[in-house]
Design a protein around this ligand. Structure first.
Ligand SMILES: [Zn+2]
Length: 290
């Protein structure tokens, strides 16, 4: 049986384009024990025709397994990103050179105040997806974001993965944060961004019930993994196009964004882009359709 396996394997390699001619050499170069085993096999077992039939089976099996694996991986990726089960918005369809800078995970005393200074100095508006608990911890910073006329969105109350939570818990995560935002003075539609970008199962249903739109992003410079401000700015400039929603963070301990932000704003302005909030981006894009 072992020899059968070996013959089939070598045959399949041969079928895929090389080494098939070397099969006899390989068999000849095996040890005496293996040669004896080879001789003791029925004649048909070692025939090239049988090898090819077996190797075709192997090849078909291999290709089918690979295809299934690729399909499963693609589906998992799409589910993971929340594309299949929700109508999350990643960017706006527009021909205008407008983009939305968005900041997740704040407010934080270390970074949000510095980000506000940069935005003020550069006269740019942005959208902050805040964590409810952090609004409670730093109400004065949240208030100053609102007073500076930036948009504030909902990034859940505790920033846990909502994927395995009960619908009632998810609803309370979202509503509790909405109440905190209303307390700051936020009026009109509140946009939602799920923690970790994941939004499966109950979350899309809860958000639909609350008539809230999920806003993701199409430009992700991965500001959490580097201290290189120029690299972050370079990634943003490389990927941004009209209608883009850019994901940045003002809540983590990484202060690199304070250095990267002026480069991002200047770089995009030089290319003619204008900075609007997420709400303005959607309204301007919708205005084009009519
Ligand atoms: Zn987050």
């Amino acid at each position: 049986m072992r020899s059968n396996f070996r013959a089939a394997f070598i045959g399949s390699v041969g079928l895929s384009g090389f080494r098939f001619r070397k099969v006899p050499d390989n068999i000849r170069s095996t040890s005496r024990q293996q040669r004896q085993a080879q001789r003791s096999l029925p004649a048909g077992d070692a025939s090239p025709l049988r090898s090819i039939a077996l190797s075709r089976k192997w090849l078909v099996g291999l290709v089918a397994t690979a295809a299934v694996a690729v399909i499963l991986l693609a589906a998992t990726e799409r589910i993971y990103r929340g594309h299949l089960l929700s109508d999350a918005i990643h960017r706006a369809e527009t021909s205008q050179a407008i983009v939305a800078l968005t900041f997740d995970d704040g407010p934080s005393p270390l970074i949000t105040t510095k980000v506000l200074e940069v935005l003020d100095r550069k006269s740019a508006k942005a959208t902050f997806f805040m964590v409810g608990k952090r609004i409670e911890n730093y109400p004065e910073i949240a208030a100053s974001v609102f007073e500076n006329e930036h948009e504030i969105g909902n990034h859940a109350y505790s920033h846990q993965r909502l994927i395995l939570m009960r619908p009632s818990t998810i609803q309370s995560e979202v509503e509790r944060t909405n109440q905190l935002l209303r307390g700051l003075g936020v009026e009109g539609a509140i946009h939602f961004r799920p923690p970790f970008g994941v939004q499966l199962f109950a979350l899309p249903f809860v958000l639909k019930r609350l008539q809230m739109t999920t806003v993701l992003h199409d430009v992700v410079p991965r500001d959490w993994e580097t201290q290189d401000a120029e690299l972050i700015a370079k990634r943003v400039l490389r990927d941004t196009r009209p209608g883009s929603i850019i994901l940045l963070h003002d809540g983590a301990a990484n202060r690199v964004i304070v250095r990267a932000l002026p480069m991002i704003i200047d770089g995009l302005r030089n290319r003619g882009f204008r900075f609007v909030t997420v709400g303005e981006l959607f309204a301007l894009a919708a205005g084009e359709e009519t």
